[in-house]
Ligand binder design. Sequence first.
Ligand code: A3P
Length: 310
Amino acid sequence: MTVTEYLDKALADSEKAAPEDLVFSHKGILYPFTFCNPETFQVLDSFEVRSDDVILAGYPKNGTNWLDQILNDLVITAAKYTEEEMNERINIGNELSVFLRLEFGDPEKFKRMKELPSRRIIITHLPPQVLPKSIFKSKAKILLLVRNPKDTAVSYFHFHNNMPPLPSFNSWNEYFTAFMHGKLCWGSYFDYLIEWNKHIDDENVMMITYEEMKENRASGVKRIAEFFGLLLTEEQLQAVAERSSFQAMKANAQKTHGAFGNVLFRKGDVNDWKKLFNEDQNQEMDKTFEEHLASTKLGAKIKYEVYCKT
Ligand code: A3P
């Protein structure tokens, strides 16, 4: 099965599910049944990380599919694969049915993942305390992707209401309350970042923001390549940056993501929150950010004053 076939099937299956059957809870955090399996969570620790794994961590809607494409492009270009080798790499992934996120799929997937060729790209929305412990014991590098909370909330709102595997909300106001209380799939944005802040000084962790990628994609691509030790020429880096523009990825969406592409590539902008947040919601978000993240090293890198106040 290919990624697009997998996504198309997931969307079609969840159309038939009753709203109460869409999610389950693991360690107090909700996950969608369409993609995740409670049994897989029981055996997460059986995942065997490799020191050269390329790991991307990000809360939903922080731009994971964007960085997924960039990382794949960087790894493939650096490895100098021929077209045949590249197709073989894709075919192995498809045959092993290991799709999209570390936490997706059946409990046997971690065994099958041993057959994936290096360098593997491992993407996850899981908070660090839920991730397989071996990840932090290994030398594998983790890129942490973070987007400002207001744009994250808006992007996730549209996603909930347009993505059949996730529960819908009757209004933005109802959704906003759920976001602020972490009653969404993958839990609270704030708890997620509070936990990741504990790893911000880890040698193997680098943080990058959605906003800095938007402001200078070429520079972001270069930093990412350097962090993972992927050797590309300036021209190759430039080409990776060009192929990952919002317009280029949206134009290619049918091929890369099937019907899901229509939901995924929505606006791709900074500041869309201004259309939905009312004054009370702005104040509530500002206060929560101030209380939980503003004084942390990770919080400072979000540049809240720039992206969430002006
Ligand atoms: P919006 O809903 O604000 O448009 P994720 O991949 O983690 O689900 O994140 C999805 C968000 O990333 C969406 O935000 C989507 O439009 C945005 N996105 C995807 N590709 C992008 C790109 N190439 N450039 C900028 N934003 C992108």
